[in-house]
Design a protein around this ligand. Structure first.
Ligand code: FPP
Length: 257
């Protein structure tokens, strides 16, 4: 079943991917990635899972640069979900530290490359130190006009929608919003990714083909692309392959051709 899906996607892309040429007028505006498969990548090499996460962070650096070069405007990556706390403490601490060192190492490059960085998710459970560096990085890059990079940390799609509903309910109870004013646009404006909500292309490496509580509202009309490659093996060419597949699709948004 999975092989059939990958084969279909491959057929979509084979014609164009030989030349790796993209239509510059049809680059997906917002690309979302579930950075999966770090653990398996490490296991296959007899390495600890932490080595997979470290390699995953290196891949992220390359893919941020590649997305900007290709002309993607918004890139949203899943770094840590609300469910990932169930992992052993040692792994959770490793990933949290990795985010800190990633920022330390790449801050100047991101800034120089005009990246506008946001962290999305509930930060209240993160260490004070991490909350401080996230805030500082966001403030320092707030004026940047290049790629918008959303890094999802302690993020869950259901939690995001629930928090939006709570905030809207508070405003309604205070008489600031009338029930009739609660439209899709208004709900969208309460999401972490606002105003750039709609995802055009959602990519998941690592062979699983599920959404894992990621961008549930935002992915309503996203095109999905899956690959058995693990995230550390993902390259600029893989991203081009995914976008080539995207460009071969007909998006009807529920309408007719
Ligand atoms: C999923 O792979 C990956 C994660 C839960 C962590 C993702 C973190 C990074 C890519 C690096 C750190 C992030 C930043 C922003 C620097 P998995 O561990 O579930 O892989 P598996 O399914 O093979 O076990």
């Amino acid at each position: 079943m999975l092989n059939k899906l990958f084969a279909t996607q491959k057929r979509d892309t084979d014609a164009k991917s030989a030349k790796l040429s993209l239509d510059p007028d049809n680059i997906p505006h917002h690309v979302a990635i579930i950075m999966d498969g770090n653990g398996r990548w490490a296991k296959r090499r007899d390495l600890p899972r932490s080595a997979g996460h470290k390699a995953g962070a290196d891949t992220l650096k390359k893919i941020v640069a590649a997305a900007g070069e290709i002309g993607v405007k918004v890139l949203t990556v899943y770094a840590f979900s609300t469910e990932n706390w169930k992992r052993p403490d040692e792994e959770v601490s490793y990933i949290m530290n990795l985010m800190y060192t990633y920022l330390e190492k790449n801050f100047l490059d991101l800034k120089k490359n005009n990246v506008c960085l946001h962290f999305i998710g509930d930060r209240s459970r993160l260490s004070d130190k991490l909350q401080r560096v996230f805030k500082k990085a966001e403030e320092d890059m707030a004026g940047n006009t290049g790629l918008v990079l959303n890094v999802a940390v302690n993020y869950g799609g259901r939690m995001e929608i629930t928090q939006a509903v709570q905030n809207i309910a508070r405003e309604a109870a205070a008489g600031k919003i009338a029930v009739e004013d609660i439209t899709e646009d208004l709900v969208g404006s309460y999401l972490y990714t606002a105003p750039e909500n709609d995802v055009d292309l959602l990519i998941r490496p690592g062979a699983d083909t599920r959404i894992s509580n990621y961008l549930l509202w935002q992915a309503a009309y996203a095109e999905f692309w899956f690959t058995p490659l693990c995230w550390p093996d993902f390259t600029k060419e893989t991203l081009i392959e995914a976008i080539t597949s995207f460009q071969a699709r007909e998006r009807r948004f529920g309408g007719l051709k």
